[in-house]
Design a protein around this ligand. Structure first.
Ligand code: HEC
Length: 98
């Protein structure tokens, strides 16, 4: 019984701390990223990465995290704008464009 309880806690309670939540990430994306990157991840401006072809998102989570906090070119940095949790979640969502 205790083992089942421990497993339950591990899967349903602690998991969100390790992995980003794709559904929450979609909301972050819609609010902060979609105007530039588009609903399909293709990019609304010339010379932008096409996420649906894997451009710009073939990185480790750490690299992606740093990129989102610092920004790149005309992309603004989100340090102090998005809490860590939102950044993790939007990273998880970016991977669904592939
Ligand atoms: C003002 C428009 C704009 C907004 C808002 C924006 N981006 Fe970007 N993003 C860009 C542009 C432009 C590039 C290409 C930058 C370059 O290569 O110079 C880019 C590049 C990227 C890349 C690829 C970077 C690389 O190394 O090639 C990722 C990943 C990314 N953006 C994620 C996001 C996420 C996540 C958000 C929302 C939190 C976001 N962007 C918001 C304009 C934007």
């Amino acid at each position: 019984m205790l083992r089942i309880l421990a497993l339950f806690l591990l899967v349903f309670v602690f998991q969100p701390a390790f992995a980003g939540d794709v559904f929450a990430g979609k909301e972050v994306y819609k609010q902060h990223c979609q105007d530039c990157h588009g609903a399909t991840g293709r990019g609304e401006l010339a010379m932008m990465p096409n996420f649906s072809r894997g451009e710009g998102i073939m990185k480790t989570d750490r690299e992606m995290y740093r990129l989102i906090l610092q920004g790149k070119g005309i992309m603004p940095g989100y340090e102090g704008v998005l809490p860590d949790e939102d950044v993790d979640n939007v990273i998880a969502y970016l991977k669904t464009f592939l």
